[in-house]
Design a protein around this ligand. Structure first.
Ligand SMILES: NC(=O)c1ccc[n+]([C@@H]2O[C@H](COP(=O)([O-])OP(=O)(O)OC[C@H]3O[C@@H](n4cnc5c(N)ncnc54)[C@H](O)[C@@H]3O)[C@@H](O)[C@H]2O)c1
Length: 301
């Protein structure tokens, strides 16, 4: 058992696991099972990938977020003081076992968090799925429709595996899975991974920001934006960045965003929307896009 929470997704926890594996003589014929949410999956996957240069591991995700996203695709890793997921590997589990029964003990807040990633797939690559979510989003989050919940998980996993199958190491296309994550990760890091904001909630704020920037730069039509905004309102998704950041903290926040591992020599591949169901990769400078946008949002009262 490792302690819950993003705060424990660090090298200290990795060391505890490695010590346990060594002490108990685990070898390459053994298998480690990651039973838990995305935090457990990322930590255990990383430990399994470096112990004796890689031992088998299996993912049994127990949160919606882990079932639709983090257990699939082979990214493992931990945070350090400088930012999120800065230390990690690409390492796939032997298999992923998903059972929706485990989701019935999850707090609703965690269902909303997982729904963020489900919504992400619809926005970046599947317009039809988005309109289906407009009808079934509430039932999925409330867990009153198992068929809809299963369908949402299946479409999400398939969507991710299509992208990862084409670009496992994130040379190009896989970057679209980071939609909403540049700002989201920075917010999580800025709040020092406090329980005030979990991963999915950060992505919810980040995706809305990316949608607004997409409109501002002439990519996303206002009509599509309104549909996204309506779904946010209908499901009560909290997108107000002012809840987590104020203007006096902006320079520290900018520094955090600049440390994002997705940046290269001051440029960033910002993931925007061309329309609902189609993402685009926009090579830009933070100073030209996200930073002025965030400053403007923070000044709005
Ligand atoms: N590797 C990837 O590709 C990838 C993708 C997306 C997110 N992530 C990572 O995933 C993490 C977030 O994962 P998460 O949202 O699952 O958070 P989490 O692992 O922190 O779990 C959320 C909370 O739910 C509890 N919990 C787990 N299963 C439960 C259950 N069945 N019933 C009741 N409570 C339960 C946990 O103890 C925890 O308190 C972040 O660290 C994020 O960076 C990784």
């Amino acid at each position: 058992m490792i302690p819950a929470g993003e705060k424990n997704k660090n090298l200290l926890t990795i060391n505890t696991i490695l010590q346990f594996l060594t002490k108990n003589n685990f070898d390459r014929n053994d298998t480690v099972v990651a039973l838990g949410g995305g935090v457990v999956g990322d930590i255990v996957g990383f430990a399994a990938s470096i112990f004796k240069r890689g031992i088998n591991f299996v993912q049994v995700p127990t949160t919606l977020l882990a079932q639709v996203d983090s257990s699939v695709g082979g990214k493992t890793g931990v945070n350090n003081n400088y930012g999120k997921n800065l230390i990690g590997t690409f390492y796939h589990p032997k298999f992923v076992l998903i059972d929706i029964k485990v989701l019935f003990t999850l707090p609703k807040r965690e269902m909303i968090s997982g729904f963020a990633e489900v919504l992400k797939y619809s926005l970046i690559m599947n317009r039809k799925f988005f309109f289906w979510l407009c009808n079934y989003g509430n039932e999925i989050i409330s867990r009153v429709n198992n068929q809809a919940l299963l369908k949402a998980i299946e479409i999400s996993c398939k969507s991710k595996s299509i992208i990862v199958g084409k670009d496992e190491k994130e040379i190009g296309l896989r970057a679209i899975l980071n939609f909403g994550h540049t700002l989201g990760h920075a917010l999580e890091s800025h709040l020092k991974y406090s329980s005030k904001l979990n991963h999915g909630e950060a992505v919810i704020v980040g995706m809305m920001a990316a949608c607004k920037v997409s409109v501002k730069h002439g990519f996303l039509k206002k009509n599509d934006f309104s549909k996204i905004k309506n779904l946010y309102d209908k499901l009560g998704l909290e997108a107000d960045i002012k809840k987590y950041l104020n203007l006096s903290q902006i320079s520290n926040f900018i520094n955090i965003m600049k440390k994002d591992k997705k940046n290269s020599s001051n440029n960033i591949n910002l993931i925007l929307l061309a329309k609902i169901g189609k993402a685009l990769i926009y090579k830009t400078k933070l100073e030209k896009t996200l930073i002025p946008f965030i400053k403007k949002e923070l000044k709005n009262v």
